[in-house]
Design a protein. Structure first.
Lengths: 96, 334
């Protein structure tokens, strides 16, 4: 089975260790614990997928810290990357 | 001009006074902004030998080369008389850098380097974390480890300064930081990148924040933070100007970068990158991921490599002749 690493128990995303396809079953390792997840989209190696549903505007958590916010609803198992997560920092594009 | 002038001057003199530098020959044109005599004065305060050649005074290229060669011969004879002496690990200052990061950097390479840095600091050595842009999103974690509230506020000050510079550009920093390569590799935001980057600093408290190219103090020993940009070459040059003698460089996607002033040891957490770029990379931390090896094991290997390089082992970057050098500018050229 394809492995993924969840960096911290508080995370809502995990990092896939090899390329995964929609429907693949994934072993998610959080420290010494492991769980299974199913991919809902193709996810390239070392990219992230959601461990649970994430609402629009909800904080995406990796390493136990915020890595940005969801720009739309993200379903568990979906690829999480620049198309559906925005950063809160260095946003010179936003009106202050 | 102004701060930009002071920064360039302090970087050049810092490089000349780096422990790895034997002597310096300053080649000046004669009329430029940074005057050779001024640089020589700065270098002399550090005590390393230096000489000057001025192209306009020598009378053009062949004459300047002749004068410079004669000066360099004198300096070489001085250096040839030096004897190798043993020094304790507490004299080592190691610069930390990441370039071409991908998500394996935060999972494998940086934690392994962090373990090695902890070993170095336990032995009394010092280390410099840098790349202020790559602290955005993680600065609060470092500030918690500051030795006092002044250092904590300095951490916030330099991160805020860098972020404001980026915001003033009027665009989303994403695409520059993280870079297109970082993004292709799977890093989605600067926060994600930074949180993965700071692992390479290990677990020590932050002793002080240094400006770009500012000299690391003799005491205390420990972990320092230097304000450098994420651009690898400028960042490495700044840390070397501050006194770093060896650089530990983690990479996800691969980097050949070296320096003319110091050995640069490469570590990757991406096993594919290690296979593809073995000619450039010393340590494969990818086994932490592929074979579930403990981080401490690779950390020990990195620390042993660090000591071997300190004792004379050539890095791959040196063997290949990589001598990248660049100074971070904070002003325009006029």
């Amino acid at each position: 089975m394809i492995r993924a690493i969840c960096a911290d128990a508080r995370d809502n995303v995990a990092t896939l260790l090899e390329t995964g396809r929609n429907g693949d079953k994934i072993t998610v390792e959080t420290g010494l614990d492991s769980n299974t997840a199913t991919l809902q989209s193709d996810v390239p190696a070392f990219h992230k997928f959601a461990l649970r549903n994430i609402a629009t505007g909800e904080v995406v958590i990796k390493y136990g810290e915020s890595i940005g916010k969801a720009v739309c609803r993200i379903s568990a198992g979906e690829h999480v990357h620049v198309h559906n997560i925005e950063s809160g920092r260095g946003r010179g594009d936003l009106e202050s | 001009m102004g701060e930009d002038y002071r920064q360039v001057l302090r970087t050049l003199s810092g490089i000349a006074n780096n422990p790895n530098t034997g002597a310096t020959l300053i080649v000046g044109l004669g009329c430029e902004g940074i005057q050779a005599e001024e640089l020589l004065k700065q270098i002399n305060t550090g005590g390393k030998p230096a000489g000057i050649v001025i192209i306009q005074e020598s009378g053009g290229t062949p004459n300047a080369i002749a004068a410079g060669t004669a000066k360099a011969q004198e300096l070489s004879r001085l250096l040839a008389a030096q004897q190798r002496e043993p020094f304790p690990v507490s004299e080592l200052v190691v610069g930390l850098e990441c370039g071409g990061s991908d998500p394996t950097s935060g999972i494998a390479a940086n934690p392994a380097v962090g373990a090695a840095v902890d070993l170095l600091l336990e032995a009394g050595g010092s280390s410099i974390l840098s790349e202020t842009t790559e602290l955005i999103g993680a600065e609060h974690l470092l500030a918690k480890r500051a030795v006092n509230s002044h250092v904590a506020s300095e951490i916030y000050r330099i991160v805020n300064r860098t972020e404001q510079r980026a915001i003033a550009q009027g665009t989303d920093i994403r695409g520059t930081q993280p870079t297109p390569g970082n993004i292709q590799g799977g890093i989605s935001t600067i926060e994600e990148k930074s949180l993965g980057c700071i692992f390479k600093a290990g677990s020590a408290d932050v002793q002080a924040v240094l400006e770009y190219g500012e000299q690391i103090p003799r005491e205390p020993k420990g972990l320092f933070l230097m304000d450098t940009p994420g651009q690898d070459i400028e960042s490495i040059t700044g840390m070397l100007a501050g006194g770093a003698q060896i650089v530990l460089f983690t990479t996800g996607r691969g980097s050949p970068a070296g320096s003319p002033v110091a050995p640069v040891i490469k570590v990757t957490g991406n096993h594919d990158t290690f296979s593809k770029m073995q000619d450039n990379i010393e340590i494969n931390a990818g086994t932490i991921i592929t074979e579930n090896r403990p981080v401490a094991e690779t950390g020990n290997a990195i620390y042993r490599e660090l000591l071997a390089v300190a004792n004379g082992k050539l890095t791959k970057a040196e063997v290949l002749g990589h001598r990248e050098f660049a100074i971070f500018r904070v002003g325009y050229t006029y």
